[in-house]
Structures are given as C-alpha cells and as structure tokens.
Write a protein that binds this ligand. Structure first.
Ligand code: PRP
Length: 182
C-alpha cells in the first residue's frame, strides 16, 4: 500500500487544489487579452498542468517537452538532452513553462536558453514547488505554489523510481525505502 512508504504528508490534496486555483486566478489576470501556450515539462509537470489549466480563464493551448538529465537519480548535472521536442513552433507566442519542482535550477536554465532562441513573445515559469535552498543558478521564477524544504518529496507528479506520480498529495518518503548512494 502507498501509505506504507509515507513518512508524513507535506502538502495535502486540499492545500494543493486551493493553491492551484489561486495561481490560475493570478495567471488569468496577468494574461488578460492574451492566449497562453502552457508548456509542460514531462513527466513531473503533468498533474499540475491538468489541474491548473482547468481554472485558467484565458484561452490556452498545451504542448509538451521531454527532457532527460545526465545526472544521478536524485541530482541533476545541468547537462540535458531533449527526449521529446515540442510539436508546434513557439515563435510569437506567450509561453508559460509548467514544472512540478525546481531544485538546482540547472534543467530550467538549459531550457530557458534553448526556448528563448525560438523567439517566443514572452517566456515565463510557473512551478508548483520551489526547493530554493538547493538553487545553483539564478532562475527568474514568476509563479510559485509552495517553497519546500530539502527532503525527498513524492506524489502529485513527483516520482520514486517512476511510481507514485498519481498520488494526489505530496509526501516525504520513509528513508528506509530508498538508499541515497549519490
Ligand atoms: C525533475 C523536475 C525538474 C528537475 C528539477 O525532473 O521535474 O524538471 O528535476 O531539477 P533541477 O532544478 O535540479 O534541474 P526529473 O529529472 O526528475 O524528471 P521527471 O519529471 O520525469 O520525474
């Protein structure tokens, strides 16, 4: 059972849903009169994208980008490979990147460079979680759901060995369930 690996729930389903609505309200206000291209970073951003998009009141389109870091399982190196590229051109569009979590910031730093070359009208970042204490490069984050401590977080898009992305809350995993051999 999932509950067996939960050390404690950090952010409940209700807290996530309330914050997601607040963010959607803010985004709808900021982008009034415009269309937004929500650019979801796979796979972690998927749950957040789905819930956030439902409450945004300006027209949105969606696209997906898959990236894989050459880092270890729990730490990214900043060397990033695109495993699935966007389907549409972003030139002249208002692009809002949707992430589940920003940790070192290396993944987004790479992505920002890569995307800005493609000439979007604007390029902003919306992340549900911000593990600010681990930041290695400065990233201009426009929308943040929650600032979180440096713990192994799972659920609502975040995985442990590809499992538990479907859990509707964010929890700290019991340390006996993973070995940190980095
Ligand atoms: C996570 C997260 C970010 C990145 C953040 O993705 O979704 O893309 O790590 O780390 P950084 O700020 O240190 O670069 P992950 O590589 O775990 O892929 P996933 O979303 O498919 O689980």
């Amino acid at each position: 059972m999932v509950m067996d690996i939960v050390e404690r729930i950090l952010i409940s389903e209700e807290e996530i849903q309330n914050r997601v609505r607040e963010l959607a309200e803010q985004i709808s206000e900021d982008y009034q009169g415009k269309e937004i291209l929500l650019l979801c970073i796979l796979k972690g951003g998927l749950m957040f994208l789905a819930d956030l998009a439902k409450h945004i009141e300006v027209p949105v389109s969606m696209d997906f980008i898959g990236i894989s870091s050459y880092g270890t399982a729990t730490q990214s190196s900043g060397v990033v490979r695109i495993t699935k590229d966007l389907e549409e051109s972003i030139e002249g569009k208002h692009v809002l990147i949707i992430e589940d979590i920003i940790d070192s910031g290396l993944t987004l730093s790479y992505l920002l460079n890569n995307l800005s070359i493609r000439k979007p009208a604007s390029l902003k970042i919306c992340t549900l979680l911000d593990k600010q204490v681990n930041r290695e490069v400065n990233i201009p984050v426009d929308y943040v759901g929650f600032t979180v401590p440096n713990e192994f977080l799972v659920g609502y898009g975040l995985d442990y060995s590809e499992l538990y992305r479907n859990i509707p809350y964010i929890f700290v995993i019991k340390s006996s369930y993973y070995t940190n051999d980095d």
